[in-house]
Design a protein around this ligand. Structure first.
Ligand SMILES: N[C@@H](CCC(=O)N[C@@H](CS)C(=O)NCC(=O)O)C(=O)O
Length: 204
């Protein structure tokens, strides 16, 4: 398997899960501006959507979308319980979180990457995220991870997306439980390994 990634992008979530799962996979860095990879491949031949992550499977298929890739990787090693058992209510709870992170948080950040965004529009985008952060904070209170004390794919994704807050000068300090969560996840050895591999430790 080969994971196409860009440092610190949403592809960090599957990178973390690959490390947590102990999977032996290759990595190819994508330059999203030129749409080329470090190995010299044109990325739109890999993923015509042009975004990371993409996971090339040994059967020749390419899987895209963070949610699908996370589930695929976690299911390679069910013993690691990065996802609860298939069919259990807990599994749907993790998927509920992944859906929230993908559509409310991940895509909530999207407008902020546009440097030409007028201040008023930026403020609206930040307010949108702040409402979701308050909700997240209330749900994380008294627990280490989204599902309680067990780390799952949802935590890897949530951590990845919230690490963009600093870049956009969104202050997480008013969300004590979110801050504690970020601290907890950032100290996991496999999270540090993935971040180091992407050259992100200086920013951690
Ligand atoms: N729906 C996609 C969104 C992935 C996404 O937004 N990727 C961003 C990086 S975090 C990207 O590659 N942006 C560059 C682009 O779309 O041109 C998924 O869940 O995988």
């Amino acid at each position: 398997m080969k994971l196409y990634y860009s440092p610190g992008a949403s592809s960090l979530a599957p990178h973390i899960i690959a490390c947590e799962a102990g999977l032996d996979i290759e990595f190819d860095r994508v330059d999203l501006n030129t749409q080329t990879t470090a190995s010299g491949t044109l990325f739109d031949k890999i993923n015509p959507k042009g975004n990371v992550p993409a996971l090339a499977l040994s059967c020749g298929e390419v899987l895209t979308e963070v949610s699908a890739i996370l589930e695929y990787l976690a299911d390679r090693v069910p013993d690691h319980r990065l996802l609860p058992e298939l069919g259990s209510l807990e599994r749907y709870r993790v998927k509920e979180w992944v859906g929230f992170i993908a559509t409310e948080l991940h895509k909530g950040f999207d407008p902020l990457w546009d440097g030409s965004m007028p201040d008023a529009a930026r403020r609206l985008a930040v307010q949108y995220l702040q409402r979701r952060l308050s909700y997240l904070d209330s749900r994380l209170e008294g627990r280490s991870y989204l599902m309680g004390e067990r780390f799952t794919v949802a935590d890897a994704y949530c951590f990845t997306v919230l690490s963009w807050a600093r870049f956009h000068r969104i202050d997480l300090s008013e969300y004590a439980a979110v801050q504690a969560f970020m601290h907890e996840v950032s100290n996991r050895p496999m999270v540090r390994r993935a971040m180091e591999a992407e050259g992100l430790m200086h920013a951690a």
